[in-house]
Ligand binder design. Structure first.
Ligand code: ADP
Length: 448
């Protein structure tokens, strides 16, 4: 086992990893930008190293600085968290060259899944059902037109190198296909440095269902059921739950087994998430994330496993501590993402926290790096906390979420808490009846 792990991240996810390390008797090293000198992850880690100025390209994304921090502190492994360098194959390669272990999959698997076209082809070859769409990239408008006409409208144009819900354009008819196609390409070029796009059938009212998988890198693969992340704003998740309200045990077993077998066949190592759109009883692969997800705690709650601990075990070559037969669902869990944003326009709201009180009690978990007096810097993501609840069933989880939101105090900045309070009063949320478009429609209806 490693003696010391460096965490190449910040905020709540850095704390999450530090906590797992501490329980395993592993020393932790935090890295930080100058803006984050007083951040909670720096205070909580055993050691810390300043790796650069405010801008994340000069700090959290600076590979040479992170490797130097490992060398100075003697850390043997790096946990990347999510975002930043977590899905950067060149980073993983660089660590290999420096004999530093990466707590995550191989550079090859990251590369394979990072390119969405290759990912889809790989998924198909592994027996995973995929969304109908173009065979590979679409280079010009003429091809786009013939693909779209053959498939039928609406279609969605997506950047091969896309991520984070960006670089997607929907065309409802031939009339708007040309504009959508050209905009998608130019946005792909400016956001991801690669203008390749592909086309998929646009599903009208699907749910976003993702399967948590785990591989030991030696041919064993398991699944830990699904998460429903259909409540999205601008293709970004805001509310996640497990198990999915629309998924039956037999459907879970069917798609879960397909995913676990695929992971085993790939020889995949560590945690991964295979994302699907789900409509009328059918699953359609959209992408695979080769890292820990923001919403992993809902899976931890219902399966009673520490996913970060398992990532570390696998990276250290010790394998997973469970088999598929050990994994059973207990109850229901919901996570809401609390952002420092002003509702309803969701503009970022950095600033000083004048009071912070975390909710507690049975079945409540608050993953947050906030403290009273902390100043949220304007340079990074606006996620300031995740409130996760666990109940015997969905009704109890919803009641607990309502109760916990009432206990939470975050003063000094605006947060997305009022959004969740309003959502909990909605009959569709109470019954679990929502597709990926539900929230956008509701926002429009409610706030105009
Ligand atoms: P990203 O990597 O940017 O997150 P994804 O491919 O995972 O992109 O898609 C993100 C979201 O976009 C999905 O959860 C869904 O809401 C929407 N989306 C993606 N593909 C389709 C599709 N074919 N039809 C309808 N909605 C889609």
């Amino acid at each position: 086992m490693f003696d010391k792990i460096l965490i190449a991240n910040r905020g709540e996810i850095a704390l999450r990893v530090i906590r797992a390390c501490r329980e395993m008797g592993i020393a932790s090293v935090a890295v930080h930008s100058t803006a984050d000198s007083d951040a909670m992850h720096v205070r909580m880690a055993d050691e810390s190293v300043c790796i650069g100025p405010n801008s994340s390209t000069e700090s959290y994304l600076k590979v040479s600085q992170i490797i130097a921090a490992c060398e100075v502190t003697g850390a043997q492994a790096i946990h990347p968290g999510y975002g930043f360098l977590s899905e950067n194959a060149a980073f993983v390669q660089a660590l290999e060259d420096h004999d530093i272990a990466f707590i995550g999959p191989s550079a090859e698997h990251i590369r394979m899944m990072g390119d969405k076209i290759t990912a889809k082809e790989t998924a198909k070859a592994l027996g995973i059902p995929v969304v109908p769409g173009s065979a590979g990239g679409v280079a010009d408008f003429e091809t786009a037109r013939s693909v779209a006409e053959e498939m039928g409208f609406p279609v969605i144009i997506k950047a091969t190198a896309g991520g984070g819900g960006r670089g997607m354009k929907v065309a409802t008819s031939l009339d708007d296909l040309e504009v959508a196609f050209r905009t998608a390409r130019s946005e792909a070029k400016s956001n991801f440095g690669n203008d390749e796009v592909y086309i998929e059938k646009y599903l009208q009212k699907p749910r976003h269902i993702e399967i948590q998988v785990f591989g030991d890198g030696k041919g064993r693969g398991v699944h830990l059921g699904e998460r429903d992340c259909s409540l999205q704003r601008r293709h970004q998740k805001v509310f996640e739950e497990a198990p999915g309200p629309s998924i039956s045990p037999s459907e879970r077993e069917r798609i879960g087994t397909i995913c676990a077998n695929a992971i085993a066949k790939l020889g995949y190592s560590g945690a991964g998430t295979i994302e699907f759109l789900y409509e009328d009883g059918e699953f359609y692969f959209i992408e695979m994330n080769t890292r820990l997800q923001v919403e992993h705690p809902v899976t931890e709650a219902i399966y009673g496993v520490d996913l970060v601990r398992q990532q570390i075990m696998v990276a250290a070559g010790l394998g997973m501590e469970f088999t598929q037969e050990d994994l059973h669902i207990n109850g229901h869990s919901i996570e809401v993402r609390i952002n420092a944003e002003h509702v309803p326009n969701f503009s970022p709201c950095p600033g000083k926290i004048t009071a912070f009180h975390s909710p507690g009690g049975l079945g409540v978990r608050m993953d947050s790096a906030l403290y009273t007096g902390y100043k949220i810097p304007p340079y990074y993501d606006s996620l300031i906390g995740k409130l996760i609840v666990h109940g015997r069933d969905r009704t109890e989880a919803l009641a607990r979420l309502h109760r916990a939101l009432g206990e939470l105090i975050v003063d000094g900045v605006d947060t997305t808490v009022p959004l969740f309070e309003a959502l909990l009063a909605e009959p569709d949320i109470q019954s679990g009846n929502y597709s990926i478009h539900w929230l956008e429609h509701w926002l429009k209806r409610t706030y105009g």
